[in-house]
Every structure is written in structure tokens, then in C-alpha cells.
Design a protein. Structure first.
Lengths: 435, 432
């Protein structure tokens, strides 16, 4: 993002930035964790476990916290979800495990499962304590395209099962959206790379960065040279609004700005708008809006074409935006972006007024979703632009599995992508052993 | 507000809550603070012969904690007073003078020679104390020297020492019993036979708290070595209640007044002891965990309870004793089934899994494809396990079957009582 009269750097002091980008949910102390762990009822066939896309035995790991068996607790978590550390930070627990907690029935205060999961797993990532052991080598090698949560989960499980893996990654760093897409205050201290390092420390995973499918590597080649292929390529292209003014200076894809922010060495040197309008209703919209506000933008608006119930951002995320000073408008569709060279505002159609709504803006973020870049993979069956897979994450193409946001049913959650990668790895393992 | 004034063996106190003989009553400073806080009486820290004993200067206490570090159980290896006898006597005299309306009892532990009792008891009585408590209970340290529990475990010794004490004293004598016995009734009888005016119980229970997980030595230690201590606090209350009730319901000892001790922390605990036969109660651990101001809720809560029940304190004493019997007299024709209140149920499934794993497979987990926990009457034996583990108060209750037949056994529900003594399965049954 280039600077101009409105968009400038250094809106806030270094101290203000540090405060604004501190850990969103600070970790629990030991005594906090023990007391919170005591609140768990150790349910039979626990609803929280059912609600977890990776099926972590939540009462089991909490029981181990209660007895100070943190290594065992971390093992319970990470053996179902190798990204249990990141998920503890970024999972919308309020719509997953914590929503299912039986404590909600009478006290509306679920066990803080996310924070307990972080308490269990942090020591493992800090020390690098290796909890996993590789099975004897199978002599097979699997190509994984995409080093995001789905690809890394698949790679780790395959490595544990005794296979060798080569991960082809488009970006220069592994981690996918954990590295490039998640709000900075949700994963401080470069946790995404700490987690990547831990995953790779199992051994048997070779990483080739800056390798893009369709240009640097071809699917046919991978199918010929490897025993199986897993595609975890995410949704690489941002959707367009298709309205006038979209090409004006000052109109950006939210995902690209978040990526720039995540990679910034010094946040005070990031250009920040004064009046920011975000169009969209998902996590990305919230993340870019809240982060803009925390970087010092004066006015930040999120405008969503439907109501609060339809927003894919959780109630917690919506509240976070509002308490961070972001104004959320519902039932307003963007009609045109105004301005000569640089954006000056956005006009919206609304149900409530014939004149619609006009917001001043010097920066407009588009956060209306991404779509898959299907170059080089046209031969695999898709539906609504995503791969069709079976319950084992197998695509229509023999020897090719897929998971994460790029498959039908992908839901923009790290935890779901991890589960896809895990299921695919188990299926690939079975396939290779049956062969 | 119900009147809590108590006369125990003719000794008055403004309420039935005395501090037990222990560190909280070690010296005038503490006892003054206790009486200022409102305690009805104090049993002074046990006196012995000069020269005084010596305590360790390392850990004397350790606790069994919940995860939020609430003290559930407590253990100590402290001995009797380690101050010169005269120092204690001077302070006791002053306390009794300053607090004439409070009960002040002298706890004593002396060797098994009549001369000692004849020599010391009159000296102690001269301070103006209201009574004696003979410490036949401490299970650590002093018992190695032939005192404390070493006496309390041998009924003949109890009787002998009680007789010596009664001969030497003109004020009431309470005998404090140890729980480290197979049955508490023979020691109680021995005390009675020796002329004791009352018994107090329980003293602490032999215990080792845990090991140190780093050093793999017992915990705590003094210079690397440890010894068993006396266990007390909330965890021991059920053991104490049983012993109190045993004495209260045994014909020969039923008339023996009891001062109840063992884990009393709030007024409900006091109700337990009083209803099961104690005429007053003594408290130590709760004061050591929370300080003396707990007396406020103890007294206030008991008074409110008595008002609610429209009972006097004396009417409460022993109220529950007739309900305690031997197993063999329980009515085997009486049938209860657990009932789960579906409006209160939070669907944690704990009742199901414990019944499934460890009991009678009498609670569903799924009904019509839904997560649903419901008692299967045809399997339920009425054991109360589900009630005990349910995290929601009053969600599961036991309800009596009053008509028809028990779906589990097919037996008709009968108003007739049948217990083991006349049950057909009992080869030793008495004729109906």
C-alpha cells in the first residue's frame, strides 16, 4: 500500500502499537489453569469433543492438566491436531467446543477450553519436546502442494506413519494463512513459524518454497514422480465486487494487506488510512478492520450486505470489532466506489433508505471471500469452484487427495483444514499399504 | 435468634463452639483473640510435666489441597505445649479472670504413674479452669513415650488414668479419645467406668500425606526424614461422626456426654455432630485454615437453623441418633429408584458412565437418537451413585416405589418390613 496525503505511516507510537498488538487472550497461569481445569465435568462422550472438528479428547487433556501431567495433556491434543497450539489461539471456540460445553446450560460460562489447550501445548512448543516417533520407513514419498494447515497436518501425519514427504509451497514461508492471514494479535511472537518448526522436526519432510502449481510444478509430473499427491492449495484469488470504482487507488484486497501487516518488521512503517471502509462479513473483514483501527485509523466501518446472524464472523469476533471501535453496518450492498484517481468514499444501496448510504473513505478493503486458482488442475472435479472429495478427502483423480479451504465443505478454519490433512494422510497410508 | 448458651457438664459457655486443644490455644495471646472473636470456650493446649517437650523447627503441618488450594485435609506432627508449665498456668489464670463467661478447659497428658496425676491436677485446677480434658489421643510423638494414643488404644489404661484423674480433680473430667482403634466403644466404656464425666472425640488419625515427587521421600520431612502425623480437617468428619454416633447409640455409653470434634468447618458440620449425639463441639483445623472469625458463621448459622426448625439446642442434641442402626436391621422390602429431572439435566453423562462402568447399567445415554440420560427402572438398584456424582444439585433424586412391583426384581412392593435377621436368604435368620 503506497502512502499519500491520507494513507500514511506512524499514526501511533511504538508503545501504542505494542499495546494494541499484544496477545488477545493472554495465557493462563498455573493456578488459573488448575482452577479452570477443575470446572470441567469430564463428560461422558463429551459434547466439546464432538464439536471439535479434529475430535480432540478435551476432557482427557483437561484431566491431565488437573494432575500436572502437561506432557501427556499436550500429547492428547497434538496427536489429534498437530496444530493444537495455533488452534488454541485462533479457533472460534465460542461456536465449537465452548459452545457445546454443558456448563452453558445453567451458568452460561463454558470451561475456557481454548486457553487450557494453550496452557497444555505452550511448553511443548517452547522446548521443542518431541512427542512423536516415526514408524519404520515405508519407502514411499508423497507430494504435498501447499504448506498451510491442511498440507502441514497431512505431511506430519504421513511422516509419523513412516512415509517421506515433499511440500511444495507457493510462498517463501510455510504456514499458509496461519503465517499470512491471521490477525497479528492472535498469534504473537512468531508462533506460526514456531509451530511449523515443531512440525518439521519430526523429520522426513522436505520443503520446497516458491513453488507454484501450474507454473513451477505440474500435477502430472507430481503424479508420475510421487506415490501420492495431496493438494492443500487454499483459495489463492480474492473475489471482486464487480462495481464501478474498484480499480481506484486506495482499494485493496483485505487478505493482501493482512499479509503485509503480518510480515512487517515494524508496524509503525505500515501505511494506514484515515477513513477505512471494509466490505464483507467474515473473519477477514473483522481482522482487517480491527487491525486498521489498532494501527491508528480514525474511522473504520465494516459494511455487510446482510444481517448480523448471517455474518460468518462469530458473535465474539463481531463484539471484538465493536469494542475495538469499529462500526458495523448491516443490510447495505456496495453500489459504487467514488473518487477520481484515489478513492474518496463508497455508496451503498440499503433497504432502509432510497438514497442509500454514503461513507467517506480513503482506503477500501474488499473482504468478500477468495476463490481457488485452478490453473493446472482443471482435470479434477469441482463444485462451486472447489474440489469435490469423498469422506477420505480423495478427489476424482486417482492418487490425488485434497483438503482445507480448497475443497467443498472447507470452512475457512485452521482446525478443519488440519482434520482434512489428517484424514487424507490416513487414507493415503492405507492406499499405499494396500498397493 | 435461638439461644446458643450451653451448659456442658455444668460448665457454661455463650455458644457450643469451643476451640480444641491445639496450636490455636497454645497461649494467652491466641485465646484472647479467640474470645474477642466470640468463641464459647477453649481447651488449652495440652499441658505436660516439666521440663517441656521440644518441637521440631521444621514443617509441623501439611495439607491435602483441592486444585484451587482449598484445604480438604490437614496433618500435623506438633507435640503438646513446649512452654514451661508455670507460664501456661499463669496465663490460664489470667484468661479465666478476664473471660469469666467462657469455658476454659485444661488438656493434660501425663505419664502412667498416679503420683504425676495427683501432683499436677490440683496445681492446674487452682488456676480456676472449669474442667480437665485427658489427652489420650495424640497419635504421634507422645505415643512413642507411652502417652496420648498409646493410652487411648488400651481400655484398661484409659480406665486407670481416668480414675487417677477423678481422684485428683474436683472439677469435671473429659476423656479425649483416639480414632486409631478398631472400635471406639470399648475406650468410651473404659472412660465411663473410670468415672469420666464426658468423652470428646475424635483426636487425629495416623497419616502420611504424600511423597515428594522430586526426591521420592515422604513429605514433609525434617532434615530428610519424616514421621506419620495426625490427620484432621474436613476429610475426617465422616469418621468422627460415626464414632460419635456409635457411642451415642450404644446402650451402656448412651448417657455419656460427648464433645464432638473432627473437621467442623461450618454450622452444618456442627448440626451433624449435635444431631448424632454430641452436646457441644470443638474446632481446630478450620480456625487454623481461616482464622478465628469463622465463629461468626458457625454461631449465626446454627442459630438460624434452630429458628428455622423451631428447635432448641438441647432438642437438637441426639435428634438423629435413633435413625442410626446396624445394617442387619435395614428394611430390605423398601425400594427406591433414581429419577433424573430433565429440566435440570445438563447432559454431562457422568451418571450414565459411572453406572455403566461401575454399577448396574441403569442409565441411558441415547433415546430416539438424542443424547438423553434416563433411569432404566428395570436395572436400577437405587444405589445413589448417580445422585452422588451428578454435578447439578437436586437434578437426580431418589424416589420410593409405593405401589405395584419393582420392575427390577418383579417383587410386589410391600409395606411389610423385612430385614436380614428374618430374610429367607439368611441361613441364621430368626423365625418371623
Amino acid at each position: 500500500m503506497a502512502s499519500n496525503a491520507h494513507i500514511r505511516t506512524g499514526r501511533l507510537s511504538q508503545e501504542e502499537l505494542e499495546e494494541n498488538f499484544a496477545d488477545l487472550h493472554p495465557p493462563l497461569s498455573r493456578s488459573e489453569a488448575l482452577i479452570e481445569a477443575d470446572r470441567c465435568y469430564f463428560c461422558f462422550d463429551a459434547p466439546c469433543t464432538t464439536a471439535c472438528p479434529t475430535g480432540i479428547d478435551i476432557p482427557g487433556f483437561i484431566q491431565k492438566i488437573r494432575s500436572d501431567n502437561l506432557r501427556g495433556s499436550a500429547n492428547t491434543i497434538l496427536s489429534e491436531n498437530i496444530m493444537g497450539g495455533m488452534c488454541a489461539r485462533v479457533c472460534p471456540t465460542e461456536i465449537l467446543c465452548e459452545e457445546a460445553c454443558v456448563r452453558n446450560t445453567h451458568e452460561e460460562k463454558p470451561v475456557e477450553i481454548g486457553l487450557l489447550q494453550r496452557y497444555s501445548t505452550d511448553p511443548v512448543f517452547e522446548s521443542g519436546d518431541q512427542l512423536f516417533e516415526r514408524a519404520p520407513s515405508s519407502g514411499k514419498t508423497i507430494a504435498i502442494v501447499g504448506g498451510g494447515p491442511a498440507g502441514l497436518s497431512c505431511a506430519h501425519r504421513l511422516a509419523v506413519l513412516g512415509h517421506d514427504v515433499v511440500v511444495f509451497n507457493r510462498d517463501s514461508k510455510l504456514g499458509g494463512l496461519n503465517e499470512y492471514g491471521i490477525a497479528a494479535y492472535k498469534a504473537i511472537n512468531d508462533f506460526a513459524q514456531t509451530e511449523v518448526d515443531y512440525i518439521l522436526s519430526i523429520g522426513g519432510i522436505e520443503v520446497r518454497c516458491n513453488s507454484t502449481l501450474g507454473s513451477d510444478i505440474e500435477l502430472d509430473e507430481l503424479r508420475q514422480n510421487y506415490d501420492a499427491v495431496f493438494l492443500g492449495i487454499g483459495l489463492a484469488q480474492s473475489n471482486n465486487l464487480g462495481i464501478a470504482g474498484e480499480d481506484l487507488d486506495g482499494v485493496f484486497n483485505a487478505i493482501e494487506y493482512i499479509s503485509e501487516l503480518r510480515q512487517a518488521e515494524d508496524k509503525s512503517r505500515l501505511p494506514v488510512g484515515s477513513d477505512v471502509v471494509v466490505i464483507g462479513g467474515g473473519m477477514t473483514a473483522i481482522d482487517v478492520a480491527v487491525q486498521s483501527k489498532r494501527l491508528g485509523a480514525e474511522q473504520v466501518h465494516i459494511v455487510y450486505r446482510r444481517g448480523p446472524e448471517q455474518m460468518s464472523a462469530s458473535v465474539f469476533e463481531q463484539a471484538l470489532a465493536q469494542t475495538s471501535g469499529v462500526t458495523i453496518h448491516h443490510w447495505a450492498s456496495p453500489a459504487r466506489i467514488l473518487g477520481a484517481d484515489h478513492v474518496t468514499g463508497v455508496e451503498f444501496d440499503t433497504d432502509s433508505s432510497e438514497d442509500g448510504m454514503r461513507l467517506a473513505a480513503d482506503v477500501v478493503f474488499k473482504a468478500i471471500g477468495q476463490r481457488m486458482d485452478s490453473s493446472g488442475i482443471e482435470e479434477i472435479a469441482t463444485e462451486s469452484g472447489r474440489f469435490v472429495v469423498d469422506i477420505h478427502q480423495k478427489t476424482s483423480l486417482d492418487g490425488v487427495w485434497a483438503g482445507g479451504d480448497c475443497v467443498v465443505g472447507g470452512d475457512d478454519l485452521t482446525v478443519s483444514a488440519v482434520q482434512h490433512g489428517k484424514i487424507a494422510a490416513l487414507s493415503i497410508d492405507q492406499y499405499l499399504r494396500d498397493a | 435468634m435461638a439461644d446458643l448458651k450451653t451448659k456442658f457438664l455444668g460448665i457454661s459457655s455463650p455458644n457450643p463452639f469451643w476451640l480444641a486443644s491445639a496450636p490455636p490455644t497454645d497461649k494467652a495471646y491466641n485465646v484472647n483473640r479467640a474470645f474477642e472473636a466470640g468463641w464459647g470456650g477453649a481447651v488449652w493446649k495440652t499441658l505436660g510435666e516439666d521440663p517441656p517437650i521440644v518441637n521440631v523447627s521444621g514443617p509441623r503441618y501439611s495439607a491435602l489441597h483441592s486444585n484451587d488450594r482449598r484445604v480438604i485435609g490437614f496433618n500435623n506432627i506438633e507435640l503438646i505445649t513446649d512452654r514451661p508449665l508455670q507460664t501456661n498456668l499463669d496465663e490460664m489464670r489470667q484468661i479465666k479472670k478476664d473471660w469469666p463467661d467462657r469455658a476454659l478447659i485444661a488438656s493434660v497428658m501425663l505419664p502412667m504413674h498416679e503420683e504425676s496425676w495427683a501432683k499436677y491436677l490440683p496445681m492446674i485446677e487452682d488456676t480456676g479452669v472449669d474442667g480437665f480434658e485427658l489427652n489420650f489421643g495424640c497419635p504421634h510423638g507422645m505415643s512413642e513415650r507411652g502417652m496420648g494414643a498409646a493410652v487411648g488404644q488400651v481400655p484398661e489404661y484409659i480406665q486407670m488414668a481416668t480414675e487417677w484423674a477423678k481422684k485428683a480433680a474436683s472439677i469435671p473430667v473429659i476423656v479425649k479419645l483416639t480414632p486409631n482403634v478398631a472400635s471406639v466403644v470399648p475406650p468410651a466404656k473404659a472412660a465411663q467406668n473410670g468415672g469420666a464425666d464426658a468423652v470428646s472425640l475424635i483426636n487425629t488419625i495416623n497419616s502420611i500425606m504424600r511423597v515428594d515427587y522430586d526426591t521420592l521421600t515422604m513429605y514433609p520431612t525434617t532434615d530428610g526424614m519424616g514421621t506419620h502425623g495426625g490427620y484432621c480437617g474436613e476429610a475426617v468428619k465422616p469418621i468422627a461422626l460415626n464414632m460419635v454416633a456409635e457411642i451415642a447409640r450404644t446402650a451402656e455409653t448412651a448417657s455419656l456426654p460427648i464433645s464432638g470434634i473432627g473437621g467442623i468447618t461450618n454450622w452444618r458440620d456442627a448440626v451433624d455432630f449435635l444431631a448424632l449425639g454430641a452436646s457441644n463441639v470443638q474446632v481446630c483445623t478450620a480456625a487454623m485454615v481461616y482464622g478465628f472469625r469463622i465463629i461468626d458463621d458457625l454461631a449465626d448459622g446454627l442459630s438460624t437453623f434452630l429458628d428455622d426448625k423451631q428447635l432448641t439446642l438441647n432438642q437438637l442434641v441426639g435428634k438423629a441418633v435413633p435413625s442410626v442402626t446396624d445394617w442387619q436391621y435395614l428394611n430390605l422390602n423398601y425400594v427406591e429408584k433414581a429419577v433424573i429431572d430433565q429440566d435440570l439435566c445438563i447432559k454431562c453423562g457422568r451418571c450414565h458412565v459411572v453406572c455403566e462402568d461401575t454399577s448396574h447399567q441403569a442409565i441411558t445415554h441415547t433415546v430416539n437418537g438424542e443424547r438423553h440420560f434416563e433411569v432404566i427402572d428395570a436395572e436400577c438398584v437405587g444405589c445413589n451413585l448417580c445422585v452422588s456424582v451428578c454435578p447439578v444439585d437436586s437434578c437426580i433424586s431418589m424416589e420410593r416405589l409405593v405401589a405395584g412391583s419393582d420392575p427390577r426384581t418383579g417383587d410386589a412392593i410391600s409395606d411389610d418390613k423385612r430385614n436380614w435377621t428374618n430374610h429367607p436368604n439368611n441361613p441364621m435368620r430368626k423365625a418371623d
